[in-house]
Design a protein around this ligand. Structure first.
Ligand SMILES: C[S@@+](CC[C@H](N)C(=O)[O-])C[C@H]1O[C@@H](n2cnc3c(N)ncnc32)[C@H](O)[C@@H]1O
Length: 206
């Protein structure tokens, strides 16, 4: 008999990944986010797919009022614990970005190592755009296609190239979009990586 099984939900997939290990990612914030956000005046930030909160907690430490959104309750519980351990405030939102409709209230949206299917990429960025105040910034970092097989999801279509990123970032003023080789953070420490980085602005009148 052929039994059809429903595809696993993102919440179940990610909770399983988090529950399998004590810590899945580095505790260090992304090095390029650190450089870039340091140039901005702290305001309200949304970390979309915040995971264990390394970027969200760093932003909160720098004076940002941060909302950490993730579909995984296990990842968010770690982010909340880490923030509380430092006496920092962090709003945790357990949600799937595909169902989350933020009000235009954030000065910064961070999307760090989210690799949705290619047909969902543009709507993920559109949802980030909706959450930004006019003039607000979007920061995106994700694994470069050149790293396929070494880092990131096994499906090469989900990895980024500057061209894929640019095509999906509709309705933004693009300030930066390129492949960057740098000392990236891993659970084992810093190591050379290649990522695609984009910094974009919601136009002041759009
Ligand atoms: C590779 S991790 C990156 C975590 C974090 N941004 C970082 O840089 O350490 C991807 C995260 O996206 C979350 N995620 C995946 N699909 C999601 C969805 N549809 N809605 C919200 N979060 C999602 C996962 O639970 C996971 O925590």
């Amino acid at each position: 008999m052929h039994v059809m099984t429903a595809p696993e939900s993102p919440a179940s997939f990610w909770n399983r990944r988090y529950q399998d290990v004590e810590r899945l990612w580095s505790t260090e914030p992304n090095a390029i986010l650190v450089e870039s956000a340091d140039e901005l005046q702290p305001g309200r930030a949304l970390d979309l797919g915040a995971g264990e909160g390394r970027n969200a907690v760093w932003l909160a430490r720098r004076g940002w009022r941060v909302s950490a959104l993730d579909v995984s309750s296990a990842g968010l519980a770690r982010a909340a614990r880490r923030a509380a351990g430092e006496g920092l405030e962090l709003e945790c939102v357990e949600a799937d970005w595909r169902e989350y409709r933020p009000a235009a209230s954030f000065d910064l949206v961070v999307i760090s190592f989210m690799h949705p299917a290619p047909e969902e990429r543009a709507s993920m960025f559109a949802s980030a755009r909706e959450g930004l105040v006019p003039g607000g910034h979007l920061f995106v970092v994700g694994v470069d296609l050149a790293e396929h097989g070494r880092r990131g999801p096994p499906d090469a279509d989900r990895l980024y190239t500057p061209e894929r990123m640019r095509r999906a970032l509709q309705g933004f003023e693009l300030l930066r979009c390129e492949s960057v080789g740098y000392e990236g953070e891993s659970k084992e420490g810093r190591r050379p990586v290649v990522d695609v980085v984009a910094i974009a602005k919601r136009p002041a009148s759009g």
